[in-house]
Design a protein. Structure first.
Length: 56
């Protein structure tokens, strides 16, 4: 998959979830951004949401 342009955006999450995400990304040897991106992509793939739908 080619690398897409990336932008920053703010999301408000519970403090405990942020802590767990940070620990999980360290355990996975990934940056927090890469970890969250992968988790969200996996979630959308499981729901059947394709990248094509994102461009609409």
């Amino acid at each position: 998959m080619p690398s897409a342009e990336k932008r920053q955006f703010s999301v408000y999450l519970p403090v405990d979830l942020i802590r767990r995400l940070k620990h999980a990304s360290v355990d996975a040897d990934e940056s927090l951004s890469a970890y969250v991106e992968r988790a969200l992509e996996n979630h959308l793939r499981q729901r059947g949401t394709t990248g094509e739908e994102r461009s609409r």
